[in-house]
Design a protein around this ligand. Structure first.
Ligand code: ZN
Length: 136
């Protein structure tokens, strides 16, 4: 039985690549949106995405799947990076929320981190050397 399963799964694509993850995320979003808005078309699309997802994961044509993913990353990569930008450093912001404040340099938009509760601070941007005052 295990031998059969091992044989069945060997040589399959099975990769959590960018395209697979995107398909899965989009599938979940469309599925939930379809149910919430009672628009069957959305969860039909969600089902199709699931079929594509399964097909890609069980595919033995690994080169082809990798090429698909490379193409996907090339086309949508910049878009995803842009979409993820507001969340960059979010982990640190949450972790340091009690001890530090985060702000953007008014001139170059560089993110700066200041200790909290120090009153009025003279801030000098390390990137563009702009100086300004900030009360923390
Ligand atoms: Zn600056």
């Amino acid at each position: 039985m295990m031998e059969w399963l091992r044989k069945f799964l060997s040589g399959r694509y099975f990769r959590a690549d960018e395209l697979s993850i995107s398909l899965l995320v989009l599938m979940i979003i469309l599925g939930i949106a379809g149910l919430a808005a009672k628009v069957p078309l959305l969860y039909y699309i969600s089902d199709v995405l699931f079929i594509v997802f399964i097909f890609r994961n069980y595919s033995r044509n690994i080169e082809r799947r990798a090429a698909e993913n490379a193409k996907f990353v090339k086309v949508f990569g910049p878009f995803f990076r842009k979409a993820a930008e507001p969340f960059k450093g979010l982990y640190h912001r949450i972790r340091d929320r009690k001890t530090h404040v985060y702000l953007k340099c008014p001139s170059c938009k560089q993110t700066l981190r200041l200790p909290k509760g120090r009153g009025k601070l003279k801030v000098s941007c390390p990137k563009c050397k702009t100086e300004f005052y900030k009360t923390t």
